[in-house]
Design a protein around this ligand. Sequence first.
Ligand code: NDP
Length: 290
Amino acid sequence: MRIGFIGLGAMGFPMARHLAKEHEVVVWNRTRAKAERHSREHGTKLAGDIQDCADAEVIITMLPTSREVDEVIDRMAPALRKGTLLIDATSGDPNVSRETAARLAAVGVDFVDAPVTGAIVGAENATLTIMIGGAPDAFERAKDVLRLCGKTIIHVGELGAGHAIKALTNTIMGATVWITSECMLIAKKYGIDMKTALAVTNAGSGRSNASENLLPMRLVEGKWPLVFKLALHDKDIRIASSIAHEQHASTPMLALTSQLFTAALHELGDEADYIEVAKIVARMNGTEWN
Ligand code: NDP
C-alpha cells in the first residue's frame, strides 16, 4: 500500500520507519533534511512536494497541533483522491478534527483521529497505545496500518473521541507530575533522602508513572532530557479544559492544572521538557533540586 507520511518529529520519524517495513511510504517534513535522512536510512520515498503525499491510499499526519494538520491538508487539497483515508496521529483538538473531517468527507476522503501514547520509546519500539475516533470501517482500515506502530489499538468512539481521551489522560499525567513534585520537595525539605522518598512512594499508594519512571532520573540523577515538549503538554491540557467547558463541567483540579502548566510554559519557554515543571515547583519554594 502507498502511505503518505507527514511530520517526521520525535514521534513521526520512528513511526514512519515501522510502516516502511510493509508499505511504500512517501515522507514529507517541513525541514527537508529530516525527510532526506529518513529516505536514506529507511528506504522511504522522499516527497518532492507535499502533494506527493496526497496521492496515496492512506495519509498519516503527526504534527504538533490541529492547526498544522489543517495547514498541510489545505496544501494537499488539490491532489487529494476519493477513497483515501487520512489518519491524524497528532494529539489534536476534537472540535477542529470534526470540522476537518467534514471538509474531507465532501471530497470523498475519510478521516480518523488516532493519537498515541507511550512516549518516544514506544514509538521507537512500536509499542504505542493508539486511541482512535471515527466510523467503524475507517477504524478497521486505520488499525490494519497502525498495527505496525503500536501494540494496543482501541476504537474509542466517534470522530474526535480519540483526541478527547488523549487530552484527558495527559491532563491526569500533568496533575500527577505536579503533585508528586510538590510532595517530593516537602520530603526533601524535611531532610528525607530523595531516593528513599521515591522508593517509599513507589512501594505504596502514591505510586505512578511520574514517581516510578519520570521523576527519579531528574530528581535523583539530575538529568533533564527533552522527551516531550512542555508546550505540547500545555496544549493537551488546554484541549481538556475546553472540552470540560463545553460540557459545563465543574473541574477545579483541571482548571488549576491548566493554569499551572501555562504559567510554567511562560517561565520555561517553548523548548522546555514537560517534566521541567518540577523546577517551577522548586522555584516557587525558593530552592532548586540538584
Ligand atoms: P516534534 O516537535 O518532535 O515534531 C513536530 C513535527 O511537526 C516535526 O516534524 C515538525 O517539522 C512538524 N511541524 C511543526 N510545525 C509545522 C508546520 N507549521 N508545518 C508543517 N510541519 C510542522 O513533536 P512530537 O513528535 O513530540 O509530537 C508530535 C505530536 O505527538 C504532538 O501532537 C504531541 O503532542 C504528540 N505526542 C508526543 C509524544 C512525545 O513523547 N514526544 C507522545 C505522545 C504524543 P520540523 O522538523 O520542520 O520542525
